[in-house]
Design a binder for this molecule. Structure first.
Ligand SMILES: Nc1ncnc2c1ncn2[C@@H]1O[C@H](COP(=O)(O)OP(=O)(O)OP(=O)(O)O)[C@@H](O)[C@H]1O
Ligand SMILES: [Mg+2]
Length: 434
């Protein structure tokens, strides 16, 4: 008996690892809802109360959930709906209409979608309506004729809310918000957006019908809390089949997060963005290094993942540059090396480039100065170099102080991968004195 039990809880490392992969992938990639959203308790309560008022008491309402990308707007709403719908009465009664600014690109499509989601296609049939408002009113009226005498509450969820503001005359927004203000039918209009200035986009008549309730998701997570999150995100749940393995795993995660290099990586990540989406990105890349031969996460795995995550688009942009532009970047890199990152001007870059050309007896890089200037300007447009002076500064172009927005390693790394980079250019880049 005890033997059988031991067999059941002891799995091979391979089986454990595949189980770990499944659980964590689900968590990072499939947008599984957390038990409770972390660090947004007050927002959660606020939204829950608000929607409860519509679902239970039949009050109409409107609210905007505002926060940057990946801050958890969709997740917050889903969690609240999950709790709300646990009540059978509410679940039976409430209707939901989900619209998305990228899908319902005009109000006609939106109205069709509303009709479809409310299962009213048959009721509407071939009816022709005079106006949008009439049509919407008809739909809401049709909902009343159920087995209940009063109307069923409807949640209108508008993801990418700001995009609806671009629809002609903002008809949909106007009508939905108008219904939410009058006592026609109990509806809640819930908008999700990452535009903090979304109210500015609304026409006056639309804006005045909005309740001006906003739920902001601006993360104020401390680094300590962030670390705790990382630990809990990577942790295995209590009900993991092999207890011994999961305990060891969880301990190893704790130790991992005490490592100096790991802390530095996480601090960097935290400083650049605290949101879960970018954290998940980092963790999924870390997780991909875990295998039977490497059954726990090592600091090096996280460092590697962070390197891949941080493979910056700027450095990648270098691959699209012309040889001349690349040469200028190398000249600037040399200037940076020589002058310790002090700003430079075009003239200095030009001289540095000329020095390189003079060392060669036959040069295929025989460009006129204006051509070189043009290339230099292109680099500025690409924001690979940036002017140190304000754009208003009245200084001759050649002498404007500039800074290279790439560091030594970025340039060198890119050169290794640059397609068909001439050897002499490569050598020049590698030489210590320019
Ligand atoms: N506070 C949190 N606790 C747990 N998980 C979170 C939290 N915030 C965000 N997440 C997770 O981060 C991911 C991104 O969140 P979500 O999709 O809700 O962002 P969003 O604000 O809707 O972004 P977008 O503007 O791109 O639609 C999801 O997998 C979500 O589960
Ligand atoms: Mg979202």
């Amino acid at each position: 008996m005890s033997k059988r039990k031991a067999k059941k809880t002891h799995m091979t490392v391979g089986a454990c690892i595949s189980q770990v992969q499944t659980i964590l992938r689900e968590r990072f990639c499939h947008q599984m809802l957390p038990e409770k959203p972390v660090g947004m308790e007050s927002q959660y309560k606020h939204l829950l109360e608000l929607l409860k008022r519509t679902a239970v008491h039949g009050e109409s309402n409107s609210v905007l959930i505002v926060g940057p990308r990946g801050s958890g707007k969709t997740m917050l709403l889903k969690c609240v709906l999950r709790e709300l719908l646990e009540v059978t009465e509410v679940k039976k009664n409430v209707l939901q209409v989900h619209l998305h600014g990228l899908l319902q690109t005009d109000d006609r499509i939106a109205l069709k979608e509303i009709t479809r989601q409310l299962n009213l296609e048959n009721v509407v049939g071939d009816k022709v309506f005079g106006s949008f408002a009439e049509n919407l009113a008809f739909l809401l009226e049709a909902l009343k004729k159920g087995d209940r005498s009063n109307s069923r509450p409807v949640f209108f969820i508008l993801d990418e809310f700001d995009l609806f503001a671009h629809h002609k005359n903002q008809t949909l927004l106007y009508n939905l918000l108008d219904v939410s203000q009058s006592a026609q039918a109990p509806i809640a209009v819930i908008g999700l957006t990452c535009r903090l200035d979304v109210l500015e986009l609304l026409e006056k008549r639309v804006k005045s019908r909005f309740s001006h309730r906003q739920i902001q998701l601006l993360s104020s997570l401390s680094f300590g809390k962030y670390l705790d999150n990382v630990i809990s995100q990577l942790g295995l749940p209590q009900d993991f089949p092999d207890t011994k393995f999961s305990e060891e795993w969880n301990d190893s995660i704790k130790r991992l997060c005490e490592d100096k290099a790991v802390m530095a990586v996480l601090q960097k990540q935290y400083n650049s963005s605290k949101d879960f989406r970018s954290l998940h990105m980092l963790l999924i890349l870390t997780l991909s290094q875990v295998s039977v031969s490497n059954p726990s996460i090592k600091p090096a795995d996280l460092l590697e993942a962070s390197r891949v995550c941080g493979a910056d688009s700027k450095a990648n942009m270098l691959h699209g540059l012309s040889i001349l532009e690349l040469c200028l970047i190398i000249a600037m890199k040399h200037l940076n090396d020589i002058y310790d990152g002090e700003p430079f001007n075009f003239q200095m870059v030009y001289n540095e480039f000329k020095k390189f050309l003079q060392r060669k007896s036959h040069s295929i890089y025989n460009f006129d100065k204006p051509v070189i200037m043009k290339a230099f300007e292109h680099l500025q447009q690409l924001e690979l170099i940036r002017s140190m002076e304000g754009s208003t500064a009245n200084i001759q172009k050649d002498y404007q102080l500039m800074k290279l927005m790439l560091d030594h390693n970025q340039v060198m790394e890119c050169l290794q991968k640059y397609p068909q980079c001439p050897t002499d250019v490569k050598q020049w880049a590698m030489s210590a004195f320019g």
